[in-house]
Design a protein around this ligand. Structure first.
Ligand code: GDP
Length: 438
């Protein structure tokens, strides 16, 4: 989907605008395992055009850090989005920070909308007009709180959004899209360099197919692969506060463009909350997943009790990563090149699973057998029944169950486990949604 990012100083009304654009969202029961953190991306829709809305305002700095963090926000947004909405508080006017952001935005080759917020009625519109000075073209007067002007803005935004279907069409049969993710220093860029060798092609606006000049196309195992958002791997936003927030923003953005993620974990370090959060983001995105345990060579170093560390590592994996035990695992060394040849089969397996479809007849036979063998536990004397099921989509495999009541999460996990036992789905998340007919 096209990505629209919202950028601006604290308190200009970014969150209000996000809420306004999302409108009231239909409640759907989704089974996304392990999701703990606050969202930074949302699915949005306007005039039948679907897009991803990125809220860069999820982390607000204290007064001292504003300049840097807003700049970082803008930088991330420019990298990852197709369209930027730059929000200014029209009642305050442009500040030095705003002007700084404008300089960054003007260098970017992306459509930018200058949103003049807090124009609650027509009498305030001259305040918006004053923002012509910023040199970003026409200011769009809106009131995020009351909704005034937002529809007009969105009408224009969807006009300049890239045509999803054109992008999709151009990419059918093209290289599959991979994101390399992981916390700083786990070896992401080393992995990319080693895997790519000299063969790398930095994709710079390849004839109409690319949306982003920071992808690299690499030949691995006799096939081309598109590594997305590699600028994000190399460039580091040096920030004290909020660094985690921006890192997760980048991760989400890369996932938007990818089909499969390689999450890199440093085996010399204990598995951390950050590692788990990154995996959560992959699960939430519904992308296929491969886990690469890197720096395996270090376990033989003298300064490290490799034997001991290996034992701990296995225990950590068992405890903390049990929920993604279905992801192919490769033990690699980006430095020596050890087992890098195993990455390609792992990616291929994960993508096959991600594309896998179970015919409706087969799936219902599976459900019938499963229910006979292990019915849903009684709840308050009643038993929710599964009437019928179907695989609604692939990428990731998404199943819809028509039921007479909500199924317990434990029972849905049981269904997932059984699906994996029978059909594999190695490397792909499985989503189970319910439609309850009471
Ligand atoms: P990134 O921040 O995830 O991109 O990490 P880098 O690729 O910059 O690597 C961080 C540090 O770890 C660098 O000093 C690398 O040389 C080192 N490193 C990366 N992979 C390996 C590996 O497989 N073995 C060893 N011993 N060091 C590695």
């Amino acid at each position: 989907l096209p990505v629209v990012a919202i950028v601006g100083r604290p308190n200009v009304g970014k969150s209000a605008l996000v809420n306004r654009i999302l409108g009231r969202r239909e409640a759907v029961v989704e089974d996304t395992p392990g999701v703990t953190r606050d969202r930074v991306t949302y699915k949005a829709e306007w005039m039948d055009r679907r897009f991803t809305l990125v809220d860069t305002g999820g982390w607000e700095p204290d007064a001292r850090g504003i300049d840097r963090s807003v700049a970082a926000q803008a930088e991330v947004a420019i990298d990852l989005s197709d369209v930027v909405l730059f929000v200014v508080d029209a009642m305050v006017g442009a500040t030095a920070t705003d002007e700084h952001v404008v300089r960054l935005l003007r260098k970017a080759n992306k459509p930018v909308f200058l949103v003049a917020n807090k124009i609650d009625d027509a009498r305030q519109e001259p305040e918006a007009a004053a923002l012509w000075n910023l040199g970003l073209d026409q200011p769009w007067p809106v009131s995020a709180i009351h909704g005034r002007g937002v529809a007009d803005l969105l009408d224009e935004v969807v006009k300049v959004m890239p045509d999803v279907s054109a992008v999709a069409k151009a990419e059918v049969g093209g290289p599959r899209r991979v994101a390399i993710l992981g916390r700083p220093n786990v070896g992401k860029s080393s992995l990319l360099n080693k895997a790519a060798g000299e063969e790398r092609v930095v994709v710079n606006e390849l004839a109409g197919t690319t949306r982003d000049p920071v992808d690299e196309v690499v030949e691995l195992g006799g096939k081309l692969w598109r590594f997305v958002d590699t600028a994000g791997i190399r460039r580091r936003v040096h920030l004290q506060q909020g660094a985690d927030f921006y890192a997760s923003l980048r991760t989400s953005a890369a996932l938007e463009k990818a089909e499969v993620a390689i999450v890199v974990i440093d085996v010399t370090q204990p598995i951390s909350v950050q590692d788990l959060n990154i995996i959560d983001l992959v699960l939430e995105s519904g992308r296929a997943l491969v886990i690469a345990y890197n720096k395996w060579d270090r376990l033989n170093d003298d300064d490290m009790d490799g034997q001991d560390r290996r034992r701990y590592l296995e225990r950590e994996i068992e405890q903390d990563l049990a929920h993604v035990a279905w992801a192919p695992r490769v033990n690699i060394s980006a430095r020596t090149g050890r087992h890098l040849d195993k990455l390609v089969p792992a990616l291929e397996t994960a993508l096959e699973s991600w594309d896998q479809r179970i015919p409706t007849g087969k799936f219902n036979a599976f459900l019938t057998e499963l229910i006979a063998e292990h019915p849903h536990p009684l709840r308050g004397g009643k038993q929710p029944r599964i009437l019928f099921g179907t695989q609604a989509s692939t990428r990731p495999p998404t199943f819809v169950l028509f039921t007479t009541g909500f199924l317990d999460p434990g029972y849905r996990r049981f269904i997932q486990r059984r699906l994996r036992e029978l059909y594999g789905f190695e490397g792909s998340p499985i989503v189970i949604n319910m439609r309850v007919r009471e």
